[in-house]
Design a binder for this molecule. Sequence first.
Ligand code: SF4
Length: 425
Amino acid sequence: MDDAMDFLTPVDAAAPRVRNSYQAHVRWGARDVTVGGDAPVRVQSMTNTDTVDAIGTAIQVKELALAGSEMVRITVNTPEAAQAVPYIREQLDRMGIDVPLVGDFHYNGHRLLTEFPACAEALSKYRINPGNVGKGDKRDRQFGQMIEAAVRWNKAVRIGVNWGSLDQELLAGLMDENSRRAVPWDAKPVMYQALITSAVESARLAESMGLPPEQIILSCKVSGVQDLISVYRALSQRCRYALHLGLTEAGMGTKGTVASSAALAVLLQEGIGDTIRVSLTPQPGEARTQEVVVASEILQALGLRSFVPSVTACPGCGRTTSTTFQELTKQIDDFLRAQMPVWRKQYPGVEAMKVAVMGCIVNGPGESKHADIGISLPGTGEAPAAPVYIDGEKSVTLRGDNIAQEFQVIVENYIAKRFGAHVTA
Ligand code: SF4
């Protein structure tokens, strides 16, 4: 019988992450977001506002931060955008939003970071794309100017390679080298090699220019799930820099969500990845914060982080008598999510709570008992009663037309009683 234990050992999501990466600090004021080492995997996001619209950008940054984004990247593409950055920072500080801002630079970052020191200072991290810093002999000089700014202002840097803007001179050189091999590799491994070489060699160059390895984070983004897994497995073997993960151009809606989840889950489960972003294309009318929700859910589903109480719900089936069950699930989920910006401070630990909303007696009571608080709604042919379970015990049975409202009140009271004791002055 003991032989069976190997198969029965649960995966320990809380086990220390195995990759011994450097730990970077991305700071603003008193806020210090650690990335890599033994720090939790961080959630990042990016605005889609015009940075020149400082108020609009500050509002979106605030929304992303309140949704759970621990760093927010903004485009810094023109002198006007660079001028707006300190003003955006000031607006955020006034609103009490201390989320670190990351500046996204392409082509002219060397000029913007040099000519607009207030921008360089207001940002907490610079994203540099080695494929877009300049060509030929300008490349190292312009890259060096950006690293100089990072050293001067003591900022972290993400060296972010993307296969859509890969350094073409480097790729051509590696292709030539490959053609001289006795048995040339396929084109794909050469492309992987170019992505990784671009990132790692740029990081080494930054180090040689005085940037400590602890201030460097790398990423090599591609848009194919299997490509991303292959590249990051290899990259994680090549260096100790903290790694930012993301499937670039993931797409829209279900496709983008599933593709990002599939790729990131495999890598995170292997201990690869220190920060993540889900690059969703928003559906018309969809909030930008959806990418933060998905990133958080990936980490929470893997048991790596807890952001918001989780709602376990059955899919419903022919035994489900009405839409009450779906409505209640949505209502509770929306309510918990909406309360989190306040509860995070008021009720520490509430994010790990589990709520169950179940459609009938088949799995309802059992699943409800596994949750901290659960409700089993009546299915077809059952008496119109909804037993509520608290900490595994049946507590009360709700009846009538106000089950949803009454259950929400029970959840609120439970949270206040269980997590409210930790309220700090
Ligand atoms: S718990 Fe009941 S309603 Fe929900 S899926 Fe199972 S059998 Fe169907």
